[in-house]
Design a protein. Structure first.
Length: 252
């Protein structure tokens, strides 16, 4: 509970924060900062000088997974904001999605002991936590990259903050299935999950290059976005099943 409850609360607060941002007069707030930028800058400078040691120590504690989330998020959202700022309130999308990203960073920091550990000791619960975080984060990263690769997608440009929420929730559901299947592994398999995460990011970042109509997917009446997930989860199940059978054979 010391691991699960804080993370659950973080995402609940992120959801509440998002609703709060959606109902905030973001334009008026930005206008206030622009009008009062000089005194605000001086105030922030004074606070920064008084607390710089704490900031430096805080940055040092950020793990590489959190930095990866930050870099991909800022890269995707800033490029999208640059392309759409003429048609919407500047940085509105960033304000809306910031609670979600902060929740992911909190999750990453909370999982540092599991993600960065080189200890050979392994438990199924540890593996489940690592798998759940890595696969869900892979979908978030994919969403951020899509903001760059599909910059000309009119629908995405209009609703990209909600797309990040959708793909994060969808990724979490997929990662639950993946993690449950991975319980068949009885050894540490973080590298395997990292490779699987990289494949997810690669495939879905390049999905826009795939033909919209594929004979196999059209035959079963399913879109490539969902079809690829079914194929990957099927392959993952076979790998876990074969690994489990091999382990049992070796034990006998």
């Amino acid at each position: 509970m010391r691991y699960t409850l804080p993370i659950l609360l973080a995402f609940i607060l992120a959801l509440l924060g998002t609703f709060f941002m959606l109902n905030m007069p973001i334009y008026d707030i930005e206008l206030f900062f622009i009008i009062n930028r000089m005194p605000i800058f001086i105030l922030l400078l004074i606070i920064g000088l008084l607390t710089y040691k704490g900031w430096i120590n805080g940055f040092k504690k950020i793990n590489r997974y959190s930095w990866g989330i930050i870099v991909f998020y800022l890269s995707g959202t800033l490029i999208m904001e640059y392309q759409t700022h003429q048609y919407s309130v500047p940085f509105e999308g960033i304000f809306i999605t910031t609670p979600l990203i902060l929740a992911f960073i909190f999750w990453s920091q909370k999982s540092s002991d599991y993600l960065l550990s080189i200890d050979n000791a392994y438990s199924s619960s540890d593996g489940f936590k690592v798998d759940l975080f890595l696969i869900t984060t892979a979908f978030l990263v994919t969403g951020c990259i899509s903001l760059i690769t599909e910059i000309n997608n009119v629908d995405l440009r209009g609703f990209w903050p909600f797309y990040l929420f959708f793909i994060s929730v969808y990724g979490f559901i997929f990662s639950l299935t993946y993690s449950e299947i991975s319980l068949q592994f009885k050894v540490k398999h973080k590298n395997y999950t990292l490779c699987f995460s990289a494949i997810i990011v690669l495939l879905y970042s390049l999905l826009f290059l795939f033909p919209k109509h594929n004979f196999l997917f059209d035959l079963v009446g399913i879109e490539p976005f969902y079809g690829l997930l079914l194929i990957m989860i099927g392959i993952h199940f076979l790998i876990c099943f074969m690994s489990n059978m091999k382990r049992k054979t070796a034990e006998n």
